[in-house]
Ligand binder design. Structure first.
Ligand SMILES: NC(=O)c1ccc[n+]([C@@H]2O[C@H](COP(=O)([O-])OP(=O)(O)OC[C@H]3O[C@@H](n4cnc5c(N)ncnc54)[C@H](OP(=O)(O)O)[C@@H]3O)[C@@H](O)[C@H]2O)c1
Length: 349
């Protein structure tokens, strides 16, 4: 396959390049950069120096897309909407967008969290690529909106609850590492402000809330269903650690004694054929997911069956960005879902 990664000097682009350069189906991969065009890729992504001595291309998104089987867009929010029409006109086989531009189908929900959409006419072309839930339903998709990192962890916690018919209003407390904010330095990613520190941000209004509501409401089948994402910045570089808690109404109380009626069994059943979700017997540790495409998940109910707690650990740049985007591409093309993604982690890290 011939691929292009547009906006590839950033963290999401770098992670995609790391994985695609080792993907068995990839013959050629063009990496474009507005800021770094002509410079060695390894100048921006030093860890790739051992696998490529190629340089970033100056090609525009449309030029890069021409003749490609798949184009990945790794641009800042709003930029994908600006270039998508040009990219589609170039006629690539598939477009995978890693930004939030095409993730939310309902324009009113999008407006609430992001403001007016710049290319609403293109929204209908995109399939939301939550690979671990959709699996082979992604087959044939030609434009994929890769889910956000928090939204991926949240929805992997929510999906089995919806599948079990648990119409509850969960709270999802999540902590992200500093790489979630991208390569451009910001006051909140500066080492002295971030190391040994923990703080909430976007209280009651993180943008990924829109995707979380979209998935939860669709699965529960109730347009006013609620699920609250509560976001924090943590003192680590990679990863998202998320804990869901919900009170369970009497009529839905979980009976741990009955076969098929424990939270752990719901999760094992929901993900039994999914290669990248591991349901554990105890809560995961974040570092065990780092640098992998795996989601590590644990679910348990309280002794009286009136509360459920679910914990999810993922790598924000792999499962939450480049890895899931490649998994969705593999599924859409009908090639082995795990191609290029089987690598283990790097503990201790
Ligand atoms: N970080 C995550 O955990 C994560 C997870 C899921 C989705 N995403 C999404 O992916 C998209 C890209 O996010 P990101 O985290 O990769 O952001 P980033 O590191 O800030 O990169 C964003 C853009 O910055 C540009 N850039 C300009 N000057 C640069 C420089 N000196 N060094 C590096 N990059 C430079 C790059 O474009 P050029 O190469 O064209 O200059 C790149 O496309 C966003 O829409 C984000 O929401 C991010």
């Amino acid at each position: 396959m011939k691929l292009a990664v547009v906006g590839s000097a950033g963290y999401a682009g770098g992670e995609l390049l790391r994985l695609l350069l080792q993907h068995p189906e990839v013959r050629e991969c063009v990496a474009t950069s507005r800021s770094q065009g002509g410079k060695p890729i390894a100048d921006s992504h030093p860890a790739l120096a051992t696998v490529t001595d190629a340089r970033f291309s100056n090609a525009t998104p449309g030029e890069a897309a021409r003749g490609c089987d798949v184009v990945f867009l790794c641009l800042e929010h709003g930029e994908s909407s600006a270039v998508a029409a040009e990219v589609f006109r170039a006629g690539p086989g598939m477009v995978v967008d890693l930004a939030a531009d095409f993730r939310v189908r309902d324009p009113r929900l999008y407006q609430q969290y992001y403001g007016a959409h710049a290319a609403p006419e293109l929204l209908g072309r995109f399939t939301y690529g939550l690979a671990d839930v959709l699996g082979t339903k992604l087959r044939g998709a030609t434009a994929i909106a890769a889910p956000g990192c928090f939204a991926t962890a949240a929805q992997l916690a929510l999906y089995p609850l919806a599948r079990a018919g648990l119409d509850v209003s969960p709270s999802l407390f999540a902590v992200t590492g500093s790489s979630g904010a991208g390569a451009q330095p910001k006051p909140t990613t500066h080492h002295p402000a971030r190391a040994h520190n923990l703080f909430a941000y976007s209280p009651l209004g993180h943008r990924h809330q829109a995707e979380v509501l979209q998935g939860w409401r669709q699965w529960i089948g109730r347009p006013d269903a609620s699920a609250r994402l509560i976001t924090h910045s943590g003192p680590f570089v990679r990863g998202i650690y998320l804990t869901l808690h919900a009170h369970i109404p009497d009529e839905c109380a979980i009976s741990g004694g009955e076969p098929g009626r424990t939270a752990g069994e719901w999760f094992r059943d929901a993900y039994k054929d999914r290669p990248f979700v591991r349901v554990l017997d105890q809560p995961p540790e974040l570092t065990h997911a780092v640098a992998t495409n795996y989601a590590l998940v644990h679910a348990v109910e309280s002794a009286e069956g009136r509360e459920v707690q679910v914990t999810v650990a993922i790598d924000n740049l792999v499962k939450g960005a480049g890895g899931q985007a490649i998994q969705a591409m593999n599924l859409a093309l009908g090639i082995n879902e795990c191609s290029g993604l089987r690598g283990g982690g790097v503990f201790p890290c």
